[in-house]
Design a protein around this ligand. Structure first.
Ligand code: IPE
Ligand code: IPE
Ligand code: MG
Length: 246
């Protein structure tokens, strides 16, 4: 039996977040330049987005470019920004066809103008869609986000709009870029790296983590189903005892 058949459709994770890693290594293994891996990675994005929508996942967050990725060689950064533009133009009809709404989190002001404009126009165009919410983390890092929210909260206190003792989990969450998005239930990272790399540090507090050696360009739909099945076999206790949650 394939993994798809093993999925319990009434227990689909509401929010799946993915650290899409291994494009460069995939290309290198084929004797190709890193950009070939990124281009191939876009095909995986296309497939996994469609499959997630089909399964009834409500939110899919994809880590596409981190704050730290700005430190890569300029040629790779420029080529990635151009690839993002091509992809968004090419994929907007797919998003419309599948009733998918695009959102972006991160320091978007750092993006080249054309990349920023294309993203904004796709976000606008898909804003009325009611199916899967596809969140792209772009120029994103969790520490950047936490610093930004701390500054905004401090500002609110300074202006007398909030008391220090009013600051609680809900308040902090509401100042993050993910304020209107529930926390991820499942985090997938490809390429065998066992780390978080500055992704959604606050929001992942109780996420189930799934690591696979598979490189992102070769992450198939079947691999995605496998991750969902694995997730469905976990017991999420949120600090309680097993007996309490049964
Ligand atoms: C992930 O693949 C994509 C981005 C970070 C933009 P990598 O480019 O990190 O691929 P590896 O890790 O070098 O194989
Ligand atoms: C994490 O991948 C960021 C994205 C997938 C966009 P990296 O390849 O940048 O992570 P590290 O440097 O190996 O931790
Ligand atoms: Mg990497």
């Amino acid at each position: 039996m394939g993994y798809k058949e093993q999925i319990q459709l009434d227990r689909i994770p509401r929010h799946v977040a993915i650290i899409m890693d291994g494009n460069g290594r995939w290309a290198k293994r084929q004797g190709l330049a890193r950009m070939f891996g990124h281009r191939r990675g876009v095909e995986t994005v296309h497939n996994i987005t469609e499959v997630a929508a089909e399964l009834g996942v409500s939110y899919l967050t994809l880590y596409a470019f981190s704050t730290e990725n700005w430190n890569r060689p300029k040629e790779e950064v420029d080529a990635l920004m151009a690839l993002l533009v091509d992809t968004i133009v090419k994929e907007t009809p797919t998003l419309m066809k599948n009733n998918i709404r695009l959102q972006a989190i991160g320091d978007l002001a750092r993006l080249p103008k054309v990349t920023y404009d294309k993203f904004l126009s796709c976000i606008e165009q898909t804003s009325g869609n009611t199916g899967l919410v596809l969140v792209i983390a772009l120029s994103y890092s969790a520490r950047w986000e936490i610093i930004r929210s701390t500054q905004m909260i401090a500002e609110a206190v300074k202006e007398g709009k909030m008391l220090v003792e009013d600051i609680n989990e809900e308040v902090v969450s509401s100042y993050l870029t993910t304020s209107d998005i529930p926390d991820p239930d499942l985090l997938i990272r490809t390429s065998g790296e066992l780390r978080i790399s500055n992704f959604l540090l606050w929001q992942l507090a109780y996420a189930e983590l799934y690591f696979t050696d598979c490189l992102w360009p070769e992450f198939t739909n079947e691999e995605f189903y496998h991750a969902i099945v694995d997730y469905q076999h976990r017991e999420r206790r949120f600090g309680k005892t097993s007996e309490q949650i049964r």
